[in-house]
Design a protein around this ligand. Structure first.
Ligand SMILES: *Cc1c(COP(=O)(O)O)cnc(C)c1O
Length: 473
């Protein structure tokens, strides 16, 4: 008798709220208003499914109908919150990695941002305001890039990988390209030089060894089918020690004496000399052109510090051929990209890139400036966290990273803030910072969370301080 009664009172599947009932809750109304009724209803159905699972495995026993409905609404609210926070979201980069591919590479300058805003409506993308006729797409950005690199012509595409594919397809399809074994590199993500070569229909002829390749190695590999010599900057790794590779000048001389082209994929490619900042092995595009490279490719969102894009610069005759290739139509960027690039290139032209362009500004931040900023923030954190005995905030020596496959051997040094919690792990603290709004991304070393302010804009310091204080609560 007793057991029959408790079975009757036992909450069961029949007590699950219906989709209609949950859709009438306040949370579902908000969900539907923000993301549409269809998507809200789909979420509601999956919430009810989850409740059904909870009921059958006994996790929800002892509740009643109203509690089930409240539970459904709570779950829906959590789903709404995560939906609101998904997508491309602003974060604060406290990792010290300047060109952080996972965090969107280069942050844009104020000038680039304004140009993007101006171009966001109608603009003269392919329209000549003087004649009222059709104009050349990308004309200004390409003219500026040519001027800054000393090249005759330039062409912009969506990224440097696209630039490499386009160059090889239009200049070397069905032919051979000679490359050193030391340069058959994987750049990160899925960009492997040999794979791109293959896609382009060019045949790769490998010469030399991983650490040493001589000009004679290239010379011996040249056949009737050879179209170009290829030099790839080994971006994110360095072979050090017993190494040698011919210079661009030597390769250009050999290529031209045999009626071939020299193509260099410079990757991050510096427009200005950064050796004073410790980046002494990043190829200067201007120097490659001056040394005789016929065509050079590089990224727009690495050391150039602008939007995702790829540049192809070089001799007019070669560029004309590349521009005519049908694949160019598939690789050309949007008006937003040209607008941002124009603004960034103008910063280089007038010499204000170390003030305007965030990536270069961060790179050029002196150890003294960084130390002052770091000590100030640490002092304030200690003051604000004074009442929390578990908190340990220290300033230690650290080093930042250029990132984006640029200058892997140079690490701008400087002070970083080390944060430890007496009873929470570094992983837990890092996770709390990541859960802040906006998320603060830090790195972990030796069981401490390290906050590197080199990559944090002055306007974001308050966010970092609040996030750290919050993480100790
Ligand atoms: C980064 C890099 C690329 C790819 O550039 P994306 O702009 O990311 O496509 C190609 N080649 C080299 C040498 C690189 O360093």
């Amino acid at each position: 008798m007793k057991s029959a009664e408790s079975e009757e009172n036992q909450i069961g599947l029949r007590d699950l709220p219906s989709v209609d009932t949950v859709m009438k809750t306040g949370t579902a109304e908000i969900y539907a208003a923000e993301f549409g009724r269809e998507r809200a209803a789909r979420r509601v159905r999956s919430v009810i499914e989850a409740l059904r699972g909870g009921l059958s495995d006994g996790a929800l026993s002892g509740t009643d109908r109203e509690a089930l409905l409240r539970n459904a609404e709570d779950r829906l609210a959590a789903a709404l919150n995560s939906e609101r926070n998904s997508g491309v979201r602003r974060v604060v980069n406290a990792t010290g990695v300047i060109i952080h591919t996972n965090l969107g590479r280069a942050p844009l300058s104020a000038e680039a941002l304004e140009a993007i805003s101006d171009a966001s409506g109608y603009c003269d993308l392919e329209y000549d305001l003087e004649t009222g006729k059709r104009g050349r797409r990308g004309r200004r950005a390409e003219e500026l890039a040519a001027e800054l690199t000393g090249a005759e012509e330039a062409l912009v595409v969506n990224n440097c990988a696209a630039a490499a594919v386009l160059v090889l397809t239009s200049l070397c399809e069905g032919g051979e390209a000679v490359i050193s074994r030391g340069e058959l590199v994987e750049i990160g993500g899925d960009f492997r030089v040999p794979d791109v070569m293959e896609r382009s229909g060019a045949k790769l002829v490998e010469v030399g060894t991983t650490n040493r390749t001589k000009i004679e190695d290239y010379e011996k590999a040249i056949t009737d089918g050879t179209r170009l010599l290829l030099k790839v900057h080994p971006s994110n790794y360095r072979i050090i020690g017993f190494t040698s590779a011919p210079s661009i000048g030597d390769l250009a001389e050999l290529a031209h004496s045999r009626g071939l082209l020299l193509y260099e994929d410079a990757g991050s490619g510096a427009l200005v000399d950064l050796s004073g900042l410790g980046l002494d092995d990043e190829p200067l595009i201007r120097e490659s052109i001056a040394a005789g490279a016929d065509v050079v490719t590089f990224s727009g969102d690495k050391l150039l510090g602008s939007v995702q894009s790829g540049f192809i610069v070089g001799r007019a005759e070669v560029l004309a051929k590349i521009r005519r290739h049908p694949l160019y139509r598939a690789f050309r960027p949007s008006k937003i990209v040209y607008a941002a690039l124009e603004a960034t290139l103008v910063s280089f032209l007038r010499g204000s890139m170390f003030e305007d362009v965030p990536a270069l500004k961060m790179l050029a931040l002196t150890e003294e400036e960084l130390a002052k900023r770091t000590n100030d923030v640490a002092d304030e954190l200690r003051e604000r966290l004074g009442g929390i005995s578990e908190a340990e905030v220290e300033v230690i020596e650290g080093s930042s990273v250029v990132g984006g496959g640029s200058a892997p051997a140079s690490h701008p040094s400087g002070k970083v803030i080390s944060v430890r919690h007496a009873s929470a792990s570094a992983n837990e603290m890092e996770k709390r910072l990541r859960g802040f709004d906006p998320p603060v991304i830090a790195r972990i070393e030796n069981d401490a969370v390290l906050i590197d302010l080199r990559t944090v804009d002055v306007s974001e310091l308050e966010i970092v301080k609040s996030a750290v204080c919050e993480a100790f609560r």
